[in-house]
Design a protein around this ligand. Structure first.
Ligand code: MN
Ligand code: MN
Length: 463
């Protein structure tokens, strides 16, 4: 099966140039000024941009009460051709079995390619020992939670340090959810005792300083373990600065942020009549000054990638109402895998906050590197998978849940403008989405195995 994409302007994380692309059997075979040969399909990309399909390094399907992989056609429609899910470890289940279970849920269901991070939820010796075996099943990052004390998610500093030390021996990237659990527990009780029930208290009980403290603590732990660290969903200026400063001191400390922390603010949580619950996720949305600091951080490379932290709570707003009368019982998570491109492009590139190259870098190339999927994913080069977004920069519209494939009853970005949209989204040479519609065959995503010693190890010498 041969495909030629003609006359497009290719945008990569470092370049922009006009060229034709020849694809054979789902792989990029040739990139040249002009390609003319027999092909099964020719796509004319005249006047359009061609960039690598998105890699969303932070999504949740089926965990936290989120919808399953059959809803991942939303990723495709939004230009994301690879999703990296967090395989939750249920108590008593080994890390490897947890990954295999999650893979079974994705197989034949996911409409884009998929890979996994491991999540330690049952920290004990046998589990730590298993970290070494993760690369055998194509998983090379492990997430630990500093928050959620009193649940199986929570890890003590001791557990985190142990996990980091083993992870480092095997080229596994340690990731943390950095929020101080005790601060949150105490503040939740304080506000509940004072009779506060509204969703905005989700923010007040998880203040910026709780994230800043935990981020700094994670950095200290990583320094003791002499271990690279990747901080998930950085949302506050102080936490971002701690990561930036540690990196500049020479430590392999990195972080990502997410679409909503760049664009949405605490004001959404404060919407009346419990509507704020729609925007409850953790860490919470922050005041605007933090959004601004995060934009600067992504453009300057202080934070490396932008994930969606997509978690479409099954039942949507109705399910969120479990927290009526008690903001701590609102299920966490917001849909967003479809909107990451539109928000980054419109609010980032079109507003002059990031360049087109930086957009590609944050949306596709660096997430692929972070996950050990590069250069198969995240790049337009000979030998890479033929995953593309053919982007129509002229389109103008607005984000609306009625056009969404998230299969939930609201969009956190309802009414936000869209400048441009994917004209075509191509996965391994096959067009799977066109002009806001999924046109592929559902369930054709393939499992991608992550390689160890990914981006976080770039500056760590190995014996
Ligand atoms: Mn998290
Ligand atoms: Mn998450």
């Amino acid at each position: 099966m041969k495909l030629i994409i003609k006359n497009g302007t290719i945008v990569t994380s470092v370049n922009e140039y006009k060229a034709d692309i020849l694809v054979e059997d789902g792989i990029i075979k040739e990139i040249a000024d002009r390609i003319s040969c027999d092909a099964d399909e020719v796509i004319d990309a005249q006047g359009k941009l061609v960039f690598p399909g998105g890699v969303d390094e932070h999504v949740h399907y089926g965990s936290f009460g989120a919808l399953l992989f059959d809803t991942s056609d939303a990723a495709a429609v939004g230009g994301t051709t690879t999703i990296v899910d967090f395989a939750p470890q249920e108590e008593g289940v080994s890390l490897i079995d947890a990954i295999k279970r999650q893979e079974e849920r994705a197989r034949g269901q996911a409409s884009v390619d998929y890979a996994f991070h491991s999540v330690i939820m049952d920290p004990k010796e046998s589990v730590f020992e298993e970290i070494a075996k993760l690369p055998e099943v194509g998983v090379t990052a492990v997430k630990l939670f500093m928050a959620y004390k009193g649940t199986s998610f929570y890890s003590t500093d001791e557990s985190i340090l142990k996990a980091m030390m083993i992870a480092k021996e095997h080229g596994i990237t340690s990731m943390v959810h950095a929020e101080n659990a005790d601060i949150i527990t105490i503040l939740q009780k304080k506000y509940k005792d004072a009779g506060h029930t509204e969703p905005v208290y989700h923010y007040y009980s998880r203040p910026p300083i709780a994230e800043e403290e935990a981020t700094n603590r994670a950095i200290y732990l990583a320094k003791i373990a002499e271990c690279p660290l990747y901080v998930a969903h950085v949302t506050v200026k102080g936490a971002m600065e701690a990561i930036r400063d540690a990196y500049e001191e020479g430590y392999p400390i990195y972080g990502e942020t997410c679409t909503h922390y760049l664009t949405l603010t605490t004001d959404y949580l404060a919407k009346p009549d419990f509507e704020g619950a729609k925007w409850v996720c953790a860490p919470p949305l922050r005041p605007k000054e933090h959004n601004d600091a995060l934009w600067e951080a992504v453009q300057k490379g202080w934070l490396k990638a932008v994930g969606s932290d997509h978690a479409a709570v099954a039942g949507g707003f109705e399910t969120k109402k479990q927290g009526l009368g008690d903001f701590t019982k609102i299920p966490n998570g917001c849909p967003g895998v479809q909107d990451r491109l539109a928000m980054l492009w419109t609010q980032g590139v079109c507003k002059g906050r990031i360049t087109k190259q930086k957009f590609v870098d944050l949306f596709s190339t660096t997430p692929a590197k972070v996950c050990g999927l590069y250069p198969k994913k995240g790049e337009i080069a000979v030998g890479s998978d033929a995953d593309f977004v053919i982007y129509d920069t002229e389109y103008e519209g607005v984000i609306s849940n009625k056009d969404s494939y998230h299969q939930t009853d609201y969009s956190p970005y309802e009414g936000w403008e869209m400048k441009g949209r994917p004209d075509k989204v191509i996965l391994r040479g096959i067009t799977i989405a066109e002009k806001g519609k999924f046109v592929g065959e559902k369930g054709k995503g393939e499992w991608q195995k992550c390689k160890p010693y990914a981006l976080a190890y770039d500056n760590v010498p190995r014996q």
